[in-house]
Ligand binder design. Structure first.
Ligand SMILES: *Cc1c(COP(=O)(O)O)cnc(C)c1O
Length: 209
């Protein structure tokens, strides 16, 4: 099978629930980018690992009262799904740091999952983010409903890729498709993922630790 796009695939190591020492070991093995979903937990690890040159990505739901801490401490946020949060992140981004790199989280399965904006709302949110001084829109992110059906996996990821292609065609300069986790990363890569977010396949099963 051929991949839909030829961009290189970056690995985001999802270290949520794992201790700083696990991040230190992955870094020693050459990994630089780490994903976290819980702000307090992440801040503790950042402090412990401040001697390392790491890139931190926030991938969990962004609560309004956590936006400031996220804007101050992370390099990327994959989970921007509404205007209010985008504005808060931009306002709270310290002037001495580069713009916060962000993805719009899209609810492509249209299911009960409450995170992510509906596909129809993406162009407008992209325009809003494009007008915020301290954010840099890099692309789209999605977490489709878990399924072992590879056809369905690929159909969902293909939807996200097409959405990004539409945005690029209408003038947005996007280079990132953040899609694929331990269980579905192969389908995501086949559909053009540029960044896969992998936790348990690297660190081990979270509920067994
Ligand atoms: C936990 C998490 C991952 C990693 O999941 P694994 O199944 O452990 O690979 C990826 N993305 C998001 C948004 C997550 O919350």
């Amino acid at each position: 099978m051929e991949r839909a796009a030829k961009a290189p695939v970056a690995l985001l190591a999802v270290s949520k629930t794992w201790p700083a020492q696990a991040v230190r070991e992955a870094h020693a093995a050459g990994q630089k980018a780490f994903g976290e979903s819980y702000v307090q937990e992440a801040l503790g690890k950042m402090k412990e690992l401040s001697d390392l040159d790491l890139e931190w990505h926030f991938i969990g739901p962004v609560q309004g009262n956590k936006a400031r801490a996220i804007a101050e401490h992370f390099d990327w946020v994959h989970s921007v799904d509404r205007e209010k949060i985008a504005q808060k992140l931009s306002e709270a981004r310290p002037e001495n740091l580069p713009p916060l790199q962000v993805c719009i989280q899209v609810n492509i399965s249209g299911e009960d999952s409450k995170s992510g904006i509906a596909p129809a709302g993406v162009p407008n949110l992209a325009k809003i983010i494009g007008g915020l001084p301290n954010l840099r829109l890099r692309g789209l992110m999605a977490i489709p409903e878990p399924t072992r059906d590879e056809k369905l996996q690929r159909a969902r990821f293909s939807e996200l890729r097409k959405l990004k292609e539409q945005l690029c065609a209408s003038g947005f300069d996007l280079d990132t498709l953040s899609m694929g986790m331990s269980e579905d990363m192969e389908s995501a890569i086949l559909e053009g993922a540029t960044m896969v977010r992998v936790g348990s396949a690297i660190f081990g099963t979270r509920d067994r630790k």
